[in-house]
Every structure is written in structure tokens, then in C-alpha cells.
Design a binder for this molecule. Sequence first.
Ligand SMILES: *[C@@H]1O[C@H](CO)[C@@H](O)[C@H](O)[C@H]1NC(C)=O
Length: 395
Amino acid sequence: MLSNIVVGAVVAFAGSVIADSVSCPSDSPLSCSSSSSTDTCCYNTPGGQILLTQFWDYDPSTGPTDSWTVHGLWPDNCDGTYEEYCDSSREVSNVTAILKAKSPSTLSYMQTYWKDYQGNDEDFWEHEFNKHGTCMSSLETKCYNSYEPQEEVVDYFERAVQEFKNIPTYEWLSAAGIVPSTTKTYTLAQIQSALSSKHGQNVVIRCSSGALNELWYHFNVKGSVQTGTFVPAAPVGSGSTCSSTGIKYLPKDGSTSPTSTTTSAGSNPTGSPGQLSGTGYVYVTTSSATSGGFLISGGTWYRNGGTPATYTATASSDGSTFTLKTSKGNCAVQSNALTCSSSVSSATSFGYDGTYLTYSGSNAFYATSVPSGTTQGTVYTASKSISLKLTWTAT
Ligand SMILES: *[C@@H]1O[C@H](CO)[C@@H](O)[C@H](O)[C@H]1NC(C)=O
């Protein structure tokens, strides 16, 4: 009996400390719902309304042509005002290096889906954490059991990426017939209905020069930002900025993102259309935002955590195509299936369209099902029930 009491006491104490294996009590109050909670590690305050904001950057265009990109994860006060730059002592100037060391798959994902329109991804990421992340009460150092410097920076970006993956705006809009077009326009009500029917709450829809370019999805959080539950919430604060009709949703031009002027490790020197060279990870995207995953060394699709295999791209002499190889050997398409193996004698030529890998001029790849657990999925070049696209993230 005594030991049970001791254990209970430890758990109760640990409830306010967020470390790898410890989370907030399951009955933690929802942010913005209670003014009596004083445990700011498990009740975000004053910034209790959390916004996941997304960009549609079409001029210049950044990110995949069929995906929105991350702007940031912001804590708004429950009345729509907000704090910013809350702790200069925790500001960072090395997000890429921190994530490269502590969460490389998050970094790789961000290099595709969290893009600065001027090509300075590192600066953009620093700005988001320094301005907004330092104002999240559950990310404060006292909320960690044995705090290691920059631990909360990793948590900030991991959570933002996790929530972004839950909100596949491009798919939500296209399911309602709202697709990028140089000629069509849409009404605010059409866009709101397409999004709020999925999100469960109104979304703040923002336009620039009459064209859709940003969305704010609002949440309250039960528990911490790191590990808590995000509950969609009605927006407080400023509303939509689009007119009610005639809204343009302009296509991205499919060109690559502007390349950062620095080429330090972790910047994003993607190849120009046609060719890739050097080492990179190959990520899998599907129309379902929850699928994802990456290619491992045999050329198969894997989704059960871990790290993508390093692929080496070697450009052809005229630079128009490239071959791929992994630690297993050269990669080839054999019987319509991708394989990388020491038994491949002649590597297949692949291409790059600026966003996706291509084979025989097409960026369409396929699988018969979405692999789960430790199952590896074969990637096909001939039509099957699941459509895939393959992105390249230079390492
Ligand atoms: C990031 O910068 C901080 C402050 O300069 C430094 O202490 C830390 O070691 C850096 N982290 C990495 C992974 O380089």
C-alpha cells in the first residue's frame, strides 16, 4: 500500500513536467477555458489560442505545386491580441543545425513544406520560433524535467509539422472542386464551406491582391503544446480579408523555390528541372496527408518511423537525367517496380520536374496499398490503386 501511495505522489508531481515519457494529466483543462489553472506547463496562457497558419505562395512560388506550405504555429491570447518575442535569452539563430542534430526527418520535411518565399528558410524558421515559440508557456524551460538547451525548439517545430500534416488544405479544397486556375474564381462562402466542413470550425481566409494566399486554422489545446490535444476552435481576433466573390486561386508555376544564397548544410539546393545530383532523401507523398513516409535503401516505401535512406544522384553527361543508388546498390525499374540492389547492373535514368522525381517523363508512381507497421511497400511505375509522388530533399 505504501508504495502505491508513493507512486501516486510521484505521478501527481510529474504531471506538470513535460519530458519524453511524461505528459500532462488527462484532465488538463482546455486552453482559454479556465482562469483558475496555474500550471502554465499544462495550460497555455496567456497565449491559449494556437493558430496553425499556412501559405499559398504562387508568386514567387514555393513548395510543391499541389500543397500549401507552413507559415507558423502562433499563440494568440484568448481575445485575439497576442504577445511576441517573449524571451530573448531563448532566441535561436541555428534552427537547421538544431534539427539536423535532434530531428532530421522534421528538418527534411520542412525543407519541402516550410518555405520562405525569398529562399531564406533558416531566417524564416528562426523568426517563427523567436517571435511566437518563445511565447508558448508550455515550452518554457521550467516545464522540462532535465532541460537541455534548445529542447523546446525541437518540440516547437515537431508539433507545427505534425499539425500541418493533419490539415491537407490542398486536398480539402480540391475535394470541393476548388483548384488553382488562372481563369476561375471562387466565392468566400465556397472556400469557407470546403474548409470548415473538414476542420469543424470557421477558418480565417486571407487574400492578397484578390487572390487566396493564407489560411489561419485556430485551436485550443488540452495540455501542453508539445504533447497535448489540439481542439479546433472558432477564431478570435482578426477575420478574413478576402472579398466575398471573385477570389482567385492562382497556380504555382512549378519552378523550384529560390535557392538560398548560403549553401551550408541543411539549406535546400534542390536541382533545377531535369537533373539532380548529390545526396538526398526521397519522401513519398500521397493524396492522404496522413500517409507520407519515405524510401528506404532497397527502393521500397516505409512509414514506420526511422530515417530515410541516403540516395546518391549522379547526373548524366548532358545533365538531363540522373541515376540513383543507395547502400544496397544501383536503382532500376524492373518489371514496373523500383528496386535498388547489388544485382542491378544497369541503373535506370530518372528525371526531376522541379518538384517531383520522374520516370519516363511522368511523376506518377504507384503502390497497391499504404504500408503499415514494418511492412515495406513496393513502388510501381505502372498504375495501381494508390498514387504516389516522390520528392527530393538534398542532404
Ligand atoms: C545552437 O546555438 C546555440 C547558441 O549559440 C549553441 O549553444 C548550440 O550548441 C547550437 N546548436 C547546434 C546543434 O549547433
